[in-house]
Ligand binder design. Structure first.
Ligand SMILES: [Zn+2]
Length: 133
């Protein structure tokens, strides 16, 4: 049930940021989620809605997916997840188990399997908008 924990983290962070910026009522939250973040979107959205009721909030949450960037440890080449020629089945598997990318994929330039995920994991707030009265 880590979707609930993530959602609660988002709401609490949004409330803190709103306080810092003198926002009394949050109207909108821009959220970015890494493409490789292991998350059930339906549960996550449901959790956000339910938690907002608890915190007496009514904000619109805009979710954007951040593309994955990978970097080869051998030749320093950087590339995106889309450049992998993975089958649909493999893609699905990687979505549920991001670490499995290391057994399917190789650096497209030098063929090394030693690469790291530099972007595309995590959940963070990009912006919040609201009223100060
Ligand atoms: Zn390489």
């Amino acid at each position: 049930m880590h979707e609930w924990a993530l959602a609660e983290g988002v709401i609490k962070t949004a409330i803190e940021k709103a306080k810092e910026h003198g926002i009394k009522k949050i109207n909108e939250i821009d959220l970015k989620i890494g493409e490789m973040q292991d998350i059930e979107m339906d549960i996550f959205k449901f959790a956000l809605d339910e938690l907002m009721k608890e915190y007496d909030m009514e904000a619109k949450v805009n979710i954007k997916i951040q593309k994955t960037r990978l970097r080869c440890n051998v030749c320093n080449h950087e590339w995106s997840f889309d450049e992998f020629k993975l089958s649909d089945e493999e893609k699905e598997f990687v979505h549920f188990l991001p670490e499995s990318i290391f057994s399917y994929a190789r650096c497209p330039k030098c063929g090394s399997q030693y690469f790291e995920i530099v972007e595309g994991r995590g959940v963070w707030i990009e912006a919040i908008r609201g009223n100060d009265d």
